[in-house]
Design a protein around this ligand. Structure first.
Ligand code: HGY
Ligand code: MN
Ligand code: MN
Length: 421
């Protein structure tokens, strides 16, 4: 008898998760920071980010949910439970995007979470635990390095002022952009950092081709590969392009080229599992007739094996110490997240619910990092993936279908209801 009531209430809840409401919210959100070719540039704490936050708050308030913000700008939408003092079940993701980002990376997890809360309101579902939808500050780490600042500060793996002095390309300090955002975002109250969380669940597009290639709608994500990020600064001496002999130059650009050539051979992986990316390269004074005095480049390094990743990370300085002279170089490590394992119990629950709802599903690891990677050491955590076309992401062409998006939101809603029961 008990199971049929539970199944009935789950089917009723899932039936109230609405594809068109979820899709139209994605369309609205893609207006904030819209760029050509259907992309978004909604970088952390930008005006577009603040505008998107205000829109989200207006949707939450329209349903009578409470909205709070903590000191690092994480935004929380709360649906109360019968036991208001019980630690909440939390879901969400990030609203900030890459400079040439897509309309689904991050924002999907926030909107799927809101959709789940709306469906619970529509069915009058009572949960014993409160449920929070969170929008984490600066997951991407493209404007302000590193990523996952909001979740790292929330969980205590970074202090609230750890990133104050981080500057963006225009010299704006993170601390100043944050205080602007906190001032401009209308919330009901300020939430404390590091409040306990019963469980955390994040819905996200896969950002890879596995679900699409295997014909699966739902990915029960069991972990995230390890991820390290570095900033390398090479210092030479600016000089006149016409009068300075090559032999006496300290050319930071030529030194960077030697370092990058050396690093390309160090980072060779015949199995093509290591992910080594140099995405950013800045030259100063960047003038055609002045020898470069400074070259700065980023390194993004990822691998599922902790020891292999650490070994590769350590080889960066060896490669540069050989290649950089006669210029000096400095290496700053800005992010270091070993491989993450998610909660097997919640992963199984996601698989079970997806199968009950008739969605083909598989277990898979995540190649991309997420705030869930930070939350995994704070509370039982897992992720739900949905396919994205061609696995394309961090690109304006990123696309996920309304049917796949709502499938993930239905599984999420059912999972949240079970966890908060
Ligand atoms: O870079 C990442 O893995 C994430 O998409 N920000
Ligand atoms: Mn993301
Ligand atoms: Mn991303």
């Amino acid at each position: 008898m008990e199971t049929t009531t539970k199944t009935k209430s789950r089917n009723n809840l899932v039936a109230h998760v609405k594809e068109d409401r979820l899709w139209s919210r994605h369309e609205k959100m893609s207006e904030f920071g819209a760029i050509p070719k259907n992309g978004v540039n909604r970088q952390a704490l930008s005006r577009a980010d603040v505008a998107a936050r205000k829109e989200l708050i207006s949707w939450a308030k329209a349903r009578g949910f409470n909205v709070a913000q903590d000191k690092i700008g994480n935004l929380f939408i709360r649906r109360p439970g019968l036991h208001s003092s019980a630690s909440p079940v939390m879901t969400g993701s990030h609203m900030d995007s890459q400079p040439c980002g897509g309309r689904f990376d991050g924002i999907y997890g926030v909107l799927a979470g809101l959709e789940a809360l709306e469906a619970m309101e529509d069915t009058g579902l009572k949960t014993s635990r409160p449920i929070d939808v969170v929008a984490w500050t600066n997951e991407e780490g493209s404007r302000f390095d590193p990523g996952c600042m909001g979740s790292m500060v929330y969980t205590g793996s970074a202090t609230v002022d750890a990133f104050d002095a981080v500057e963006d390309a225009d010299g704006i300090l993170f601390r100043d952009a944050l205080s602007e955002t906190l001032k401009d975002t209308p919330v009901d109250y300020t939430r404390a950092l590091s409040e306990p969380v019963f469980a955390y669940l994040e819905a996200h597009i896969e950002q890879g081709p596995i679900l699409e290639n295997t014909g699966n709608t739902i990915g029960a994500v069991n972990g995230i590969q390890g991820s390290q990020r570095f900033q390398i600064e090479i210092t030479g001496k600016s000089a006149h392009a016409g009068t300075t002999p090559i032999a006496s130059r300290r050319d930071a650009l030529q030194s960077a080229i030697r370092c990058l050539t050396a690093l390309n051979s160090v980072m060779q992986d015949p199995e093509d599992i290591l992910r080594y990316t140099v995405g950013k390269l800045e030259i100063m004074p960047n003038s055609p007739n002045a020898v470069a005095s400074q070259a700065e480049f980023s390194i993004d390094l990822r691998h599922p094996n902790k020891e292999f990743l650490e070994t590769k990370g350590k080889q960066i300085s060896e490669a540069c110490s050989e290649a950089a002279p006669p210029c000096e170089f400095k290496i700053f490590q800005t992010f270091d997240k070993p491989p993450t394992k998610f909660s097997p119990k919640i992963v199984t629950e996601i698989e079970q619910i997806a199968s009950d709802l008739g969605y083909p599903n598989i277990i898979l690891p995540s190649g991309a990092f997420h705030d869930a990677g930070i939350m995994a050491s704070y509370c039982p955590t897992a992720m739900i993936f949905v396919p994205c076309a061609g696995g394309i992401s961090h690109n304006e062409a990123e696309f996920a279908s309304p049917t796949d998006l709502v499938a993930g939101a239905k599984v999420l809603a059912a999972c949240l209801a079970d966890l908060a029961a």
